[in-house]
Design a protein around this ligand. Sequence first.
Ligand code: PMP
Length: 405
Amino acid sequence: MFTIQTIRKDFPALAQKVYGKPLIYFDNAATTQKPTPVTAVVNEMHNLTNGNIHRAFHYLGNICTERYEEARETVRAFLNAPSTEEIVFTAGTTAAINTVAFSFGERFVRTNDEIVLTEAEHHSNIVPWQLLCERKGAVLKVLPINDDGSLPVEKLHQFLSKKTKLLCITQASNVLGVINPVKDIVATAHAHGVPVLVDGAQGAAHGGIDVQDTNCDFYVFSGHKLYAPTGTGVLYGKQKLLNEMPPYQSGGEMIASVTFEQTTYAGLPLKFEAGTPNFTGVCGLKKAIDYVQELGWTLVKKQEEKLVRHAMQRLQEIDGLHIYGTTMPKTSLVSFNIDGIHPTDAAQLLDKMGIAARSGHLCADPLMHRFKIQGMLRFSFSFYNTTEEIDAAVAALKKIKQMLH
Ligand code: PMP
């Protein structure tokens, strides 16, 4: 029913030229382009249907409230969460992790307790836990990864003990692309009585997760990596935990009653949504999820798998090129280096050829130390990319290699 060429028509950004060259957009792990049905919803709400939610009883306020709560139901169904009360809207993955780090930390973490992470985490799933450990006198423990980028799940139990308060793992690494066996990891952690937070920033756009099947305790993701507006994100948390956790930010909407002597809080999920939320963005997020679901996750996954396999194969034609994260399954990204070429030099030259690639530490300094390098080049694909674009990028890299050697 859909072809990649017809799908691309929904993404006007893909049809533009940069420096006079057709844009090849390979930075989808950083943020994805937006389809016109999503921008149409946002524009329509900004132009016409704009009323603050949950407080006004006028026409516009009511419509916006209804749409915002419909979006919550769409996200609930996307994650197969048992209840919309477990779906908290945030500004993104980082905001969601900070919410848990503060709120869960206040309630459950004490001196000498431990938080366990893996070596493959994004800075957003490291620094909030470091700050928590500093505040509480707790200890951060880190599970190293294997050379091929996989996690040694069989060693995980050595890192878990009665002191462990939370395990925080990425669903898929934004550097290596490697998809972690979340269900097994959660089962191992639960066997030690340890709850698990899954960073879904690199998982949501590739199908998300079934939170009941995997049984994770928290799942977080950003809308902007899932074809939705920036400034949107989701924190899923098990009701029992969210109920026990204190509010993170405070202000309007998260209260039940306020006097100068005492404030009581709203129930879930509003307890964690202080102030006016990004309700237009959230309605855009709903549209983005609907859009991808209409294409079908089967099509999305098939196309993205084809792209990553093609890229891995074609890139290996280049002498001296090293790929990081060689184990499967992978999301649709490839990070690599070419001997003797600084990744940022290559990225700048690619840019002038119309190719948007990412370079540098990719917000994962510990992984750069792990591989004893300063940075990498990364191509990350969406279902709207093509094998022809990959071929053009490989040809561009070969040219850059000649230029720089
Ligand atoms: N975790 C991972 C694995 C990511 O890739 C990213 C974004 N690059 C984040 C967290 C942070 O997401 P955001 O900047 O949207 O909050």
